[in-house]
Design a protein around this ligand. Structure first.
Ligand SMILES: Cc1cc2nc3c(=O)[nH]c(=O)nc-3n(C[C@H](O)[C@H](O)[C@H](O)COP(=O)(O)OP(=O)(O)OC[C@H]3O[C@@H](n4cnc5c(N)ncnc54)[C@H](O)[C@@H]3O)c2cc1C
Length: 573
């Protein structure tokens, strides 16, 4: 333990032994205080089993290790769970009497049974198997010692016998004490399983070398290890995990002027914003100088958008001293490893920074090709121009900052779920980005009116669909212009501007309508808070078949992820 004078520790008082600067080199400093009833030092078999027993006894427990689970001696044992360690029982009987051997054997047997029961109860696949254990005699003079040990171990209550027939070993063996009913296991698998069960039940297992010292968040190594563990446990089912990587805009440039102390203050404040923007099940990491990552559990990539919005709101409240952030988001689509998901999110981040976007979701189209073809280059220019126009449109409508971009990403997710090919999805993205471009021609008094529009004002507002069609049509994007023209048509024919119905409404316009409505419902406005995703889905489903296309709503549901909505559906019958 660190050197803390006994008078300084009052029974029941909460204090941090690490932050008291013990000056002991063997106790790495925690980045922040941890409040707990019991702190267990060391995530070996002793520490983790102690923590498990304490937790089962109702205690709030934190296990702190200077390294990772399984890096201590336990991770390097010969993996035997045995009551027989060398020649023990004869010596015990000689020195302390027969009862000492009985007590020792009973304690060891109880230990083996306890480990086996824990592995069984927690379902830990640690290759535990029952087998005999042997202590060998390698020379003729050892043989009598072995025979005495058999007698003493048997007297102590173990199922011990003399074994003359032995498997071939790389050294000469003349006989052995065999104790039946012992066990062996994979120690690191076992420790990992216990640690995971502790965490699942609410305890914390903290690795000191996995912390970023400045912010107290996990570091890059922690991100890789946590992702590996989470991905292994989820076994390749898509839809329950998203990774966001974010970069602080311009911080690298400004940091030298800020100096170390102030620069670290900014990073700590950003980390606080991340923590405040996350849900309890998410985890944040600092993985580079100004680069952070967030693992969003139970979310699809679209959840990264929600997270980005929450984070932006937090950072905006300290806009005088904190930079804004750019995000790239990815989700595992199959059995790919954590490194690949991180690479995908980083690629999306790179593209978002390049295109001046706030947040972007990874898609295969972002993969760099060896050489960009002329057509690709044209496409890129078109995309950049389109993004700029969309931003102009968002800037005009101050209530819907980054609305067009969010709708575009939502549309891309729906398109992927619907199985639209890359070419069509790329075109749809353009249409989504520009779907409200016609609002540029709507008077501010109408566009920015905080209260309900009059009928006459609504008629003015409706003209944005035709206006958008002529702006985009003028840029020789005929099909895209048509999708924009019809993005307020309804399946039942009650939409505008042409009152098309059913299959007359282009599929792409139906996709935009759903994405547009979902984004509008779930985002905050100055005069109201956004609805939850669950509430928005209830609303979309209520109007599916009349206003919205059922297949588009279903696709969005799959894209956003199913868990929470399943719960909501149960709750709402
Ligand atoms: C080669 C070998 C083979 C063995 N084979 C067997 C066998 O087959 N069967 C058997 O029953 N026993 C075996 N043993 C003995 C057994 O491994 C140990 O008794 C047991 O693993 C000890 O567990 P532990 O949790 O106390 O220690 P460890 O597993 O070493 O755990 C201690 C933990 O504390 C952490 N720590 C240390 N200092 C600090 C600090 N200052 N701050 C934070 N964290 C800290 C370490 O990182 C480590 O994770 C063997 C031992 C050895 C060396």
């Amino acid at each position: 333990m660190p050197s803390v004078s006994s008078s300084a520790v009052r029974p029941g008082a909460t204090r941090s032994l690490w932050l008291d600067r013990s000056h002991s080199r063997s106790y790495p400093t925690l980045a922040e205080d941890l409040e707990t009833e019991v702190a267990v030092v060391g995530a070996g078999i002793t520490g983790l089993i102690t923590a498990l027993l304490l937790q089962r006894g109702g205690r709030d427990v934190v296990v702190v290790d200077q390294n990772r689970v399984g890096s201590g001696v336990t991770g390097h044992t010969t993996a035997k769970l045995s009551s027989l360690h060398q020649l023990t029982y004869a010596a015990l009987a000689d020195r302390f009497g027969a009862q000492a051997g009985v007590t020792y054997a009973a304690a060891n047997e109880a230990g083996i049974a306890h480990i086996a029961a824990i592995a069984d109860e927690l379902g830990i696949a640690c290759d535990l198997r029952r087998r005999s254990n042997f202590t060998y005699a390698a020379s003729a003079e050892d043989l009598p010692k072995i025979e005495r040990e058999v007698t003493a171990a048997h007297a102590a209550g173990l199922s011990a016998s003399f074994a003359a027939e032995l498997p071939s070993l790389p050294y000469p063996v003349l006989g052995a004490v065999e104790v039946a009913g012992q066990a062996e296991f994979h120690p690191v698998k076992f420790l990992d399983g216990v640690a995971a069960a502790l965490v699942d039940a609410g305890a914390r297992v903290e690795r000191l070398d996995l912390r970023d010292e400045v912010t107290g968040l996990g570091n890059r190594r922690a991100l890789h290890e946590d992702l590996r563990r989470v991905l292994e446990r989820r076994g390749g089912s898509p839809g329950d995990l998203a990774v966001a990587i974010l970069d602080l805009d311009g911080f690298e440039r400004e940091r030298p002027a800020l100096g170390d102390e102030q620069g670290d203050e900014v990073l700590r404040a950003v980390a606080d914003c991340l923590r405040a923007s996350m849900r309890a099940e998410d985890a944040a990491y600092r993985i580079g100088e100004e680069e952070f990552a967030v693992v969003l559990k139970g979310e699809r990539a679209w959840g990264g958008f929600r997270f980005a919005q929450r984070l932006r709101r937090r950072l905006d409240t300290h806009a005088d001293r904190l930079p804004s952030a750019t995000l790239g988001v990815a989700e595992p689509s199959g059995l790919e490893g954590g490194d690949t998901v991180i690479r995908h999110a980083a690629l999306a981040l790179h593209e978002a920074s390049r295109a001046g976007r706030e947040v972007l979701i990874y898609s295969e189209a972002l993969e760099p090709t060896a050489r960009e073809s002329h057509r690709d280059l044209e496409r890129r220019h078109l995309k950049t121009l389109t993004t700029a126009l969309a931003r102009a449109c968002d800037a005009k409508d101050s209530y819907t900052r980054s609305h067009c971009e969010t709708v575009a990403e939502t549309c891309a997710l729906i398109a992927t779920e619907l199985g639209l090919d890359d070419e069509r999805t790329a075109k749809l993205r353009l249409a989504d980005l520009l779907h409200d471009i016609g609002k540029i021609g709507i008077a501010d008094a109408v566009l920015q009116k905080p209260s309900r529009l009059t009928d006459a004002e609504f008629e003015v507002m409706k003209t944005h669909a035709r206006l958008g069609h002529s702006i985009v049509g003028g840029a020789e994007l005929g099909e895209v212009a048509d999708w924009i023209l019809h993005h307020h048509e309804r399946l039942d024919g009650a939409g505008y501007p042409e009152g098309l119905s059913g299959a007359e409404v282009p599929l792409e316009s139906r996709v935009i309508l759903v994405a547009d409505a979902f984004e509008a419902m779930t985002s905050d406005r100055p005069y109201r808070r956004g609805r939850s995703e669950g509430e928005a889905f209830v609303e979309l489903e209520r109007h599916a078949g009349t206003q919205f296309d059922v297949s588009c709503v279903d696709a969005l549901r799959r894209a956003v992820g199913g868990r929470r909505r399943t719960a909501l559906r149960l709750a709402t019958g």
